[in-house]
Design a protein around this ligand. Structure first.
Ligand code: ATP
Length: 260
């Protein structure tokens, strides 16, 4: 069943969709019968108690895991068998982990390195200086859009944990994704950083789809238009936050674990 709780008029476009997703590990089925539609210009949360299958679904959608069964489409193109690097070039990008931020480069150089990939400058033998200038401009814009202008000359290693995660989002945005998948973007952050990153994600989703696995339910309530709740590998509920949080089955699934 696909998400049905969005407004009927001006229904946004589906950019990423999965049907009948299943993943077995040996004899254990971690994910089954998962149908999911992710809409353009919106934030969609994948939530559920520990072990529900969120990470597995995330890895299936980003092609880091191959489904045992089911199909995945990106903008209508079947990507079920497409490798992750090709899928990334098609616009479906997952956030890198902090380990992918180069600690001994400045904040600005981290973004410049990331920007070289889509522009393919890294592989060009001869580069006009104007190309690098364009990179600088774009790096500055990106850093400004995530509020890292002040820190641009600092080494990434010297940033706080929360700021490192913001830098990680900036390097991901450098790839200009059409669909951005974030794995627990708020994990380990203090409230102040959570508010900043929530604002960034909301802004980022004005022009692209964002799907995020998130444990922080107040963040989900605050910025996610669509919510899919997983339990034991299957979809338990879906809709907007008000709808799913009022669902007695969802309350029961969360009882004793976490409450938003
Ligand atoms: N590589 C694997 N081999 C065997 N079992 C796995 C593997 N990866 C995940 N599982 C199992 O699949 C189930 C779902 O795991 P998954 O990590 O997707 O859940 P999750 O919702 O992301 O949990 P958490 O919130 O704790 O991160 C769990 O029972 C887990 O033990």
């Amino acid at each position: 069943m696909a998400v049905s709780a969005m407004p009927t008029e001006d229904k946004p476009r589906v950019v990423l969709s999965a049907r009948g997703l299943r993943r077995d590990f040996g004899g254990f089925t971690a994910v089954r019968n998962v149908d999911l539609d992710v809409y353009d210009a919106s934030v969609h949360a994948l939530i559920g108690p520990n072990g529900a299958g969120k990470t597995t679904v995330f890895n299936l959608l980003t092609k880091f895991l191959q489904p045992t069964d089911g199909t995945i489409k990106l903008n209508g193109v079947d990507i079920t068998k497409t490798p992750p690097d090709k899928v990334a070039r098609m616009g479906l990008v997952r956030s890198f982990q902090i380990s992918a931020v180069f600690p001994h480069l400045t904040v600005r150089d981290n973004v410049r390195v990331a920007l070289q990939r889509p522009n393919n400058l890294a592989t060009q033998f001869w580069r006009p200086m104007s190309a690098l200038d364009r990179l600088n401009e774009r790096a500055e814009q990106l850093l400004a859009s995530v509020g890292l202008t002040k820190e641009q000359d600092q080494l990434a290693a010297d940033l706080s944990y929360g700021r490192k995660r913001v830098l990680e989002i900036a390097t991901t945005l450098a790839l200009d994704p059409k669909v951005l998948l974030l794995d627990e973007p708020m994990a380990g952050m203090g409230q102040e950083d959570v508010s900043v990153v929530s604002g960034i994600i909301r802004e980022v989703a004005r022009s692209r789809a964002v799907l995020m696995v998130e444990h922080n339910l107040s963040v989900v309530a605050d910025i996610c238009a669509y919510v899919t709740v997983l339990q034991r590998g299957e979809i338990l509920a879906e809709g907007d936050y008000a709808t799913v949080s009022a669902d007695p089955r969802v309350r029961e699934a969360y009882m004793g674990t976490e409450e938003g």
